[in-house]
Design a protein around this ligand. Sequence first.
Ligand code: FMN
Length: 251
Amino acid sequence: MKKHKVPLMIANIGAPQLVPQGEKKPLGIEEARRAMAMVGGDILAIHLNYTQEVVQPEGDRRARGVLAAIKPIAAELPVLAKETGAGISRTVALSLKEAGVKGIDIGGLGGTSFSAVEFYRAQKEGMELKERLGRVFWEWGIPSPIALRLSQVGLPVVATGGVRNGLDAAKAVSLGAAAAGMASQMLKAAEVSAEAVAQELEAVIAEFKAVMFLTGCRSADELARAELVLTGMTMEWATSLGILGEMRHGA
Ligand SMILES: Cc1cc2nc3c(=O)[nH]c(=O)nc-3n(C[C@H](O)[C@H](O)[C@H](O)COP(=O)(O)O)c2cc1C
C-alpha cells in the first residue's frame, strides 16, 4: 500500500462543467488550479455526476467532449476521477485511465443518492417532472462492491458510496480499494460536534482493526488478497456480468 500525506486534501470540480453547457463558459485548467489553491489541495477530484444533472432542474446534461476536456487537466494536475453515487463501469474506468487520471473514486450505488437529494428539491419547488425523474432514478447505478472490482484497471481506487463503518471499509479493501471514504456518516457526526467526528473516526479504525484481527490478516495487502464470499445483490450482479471468479479472488 502506498503511503499518503495525512490529511490528504482533495479539491473538487464537476466534469459536466468542463464542457460548454448552453451559454455557460466551460471551466478549464485555470479554474482547476484555483480550486486546488482554495483548499491547499494535493489532488483534484473531477466528479462525474450526470445522474444528478439529469434530475436537477438546472442540470448540465451535455456529456460530449468531457473525456477530451479531462485530458489536458490530468496532464498538468494529479486528477482523481470520481462518481457521486452511480458507480464506475469497466469501460468508463479504462477511458478515464486513457485520459490520464491518477486514480478513481467509484462513488457507487448503496449510499447517498443524489437522485433522492434532487427529488426532495424538486418536490419543494413543485417541479413534477424532475420529482418523477428523482423517484425513478433513486437507485440508478452500479452497486459499490461491483464498481470496485470493475474499476481495477491498474490505478489506485477509492471506495465511496455506502461505506458506514470500519467493517465496510475492510470489505472495500478486500475488493481492491486503496482507501475508503464516507460522506453522510461523517456529516451526521459533524452536525453534532467536532468531537463526535473524532469519535466516529476512532470507532471506524477500531472496527477496521477488529476485521484484521478476526481474519488473521497482518496487513491491508493481505486483506486485499483474501478469498471472498459473495451474497445477495453482489452475487446477482457478479453472476450476471460473468465476473464471479474475479470478484472472489481479485483481478
Ligand atoms: C451533502 C453531500 C454533499 C456532497 N457534495 C459532493 C461534491 O460537491 N462533490 C463530490 O464529488 N461529491 C460530493 N458528495 C459525494 C460524496 O463525496 C460521496 O461520493 C457520496 O456521497 C457517497 O458516499 P456516502 O454514501 O458515504 O454518502 C457529497 C455527499 C454529500 C452527502
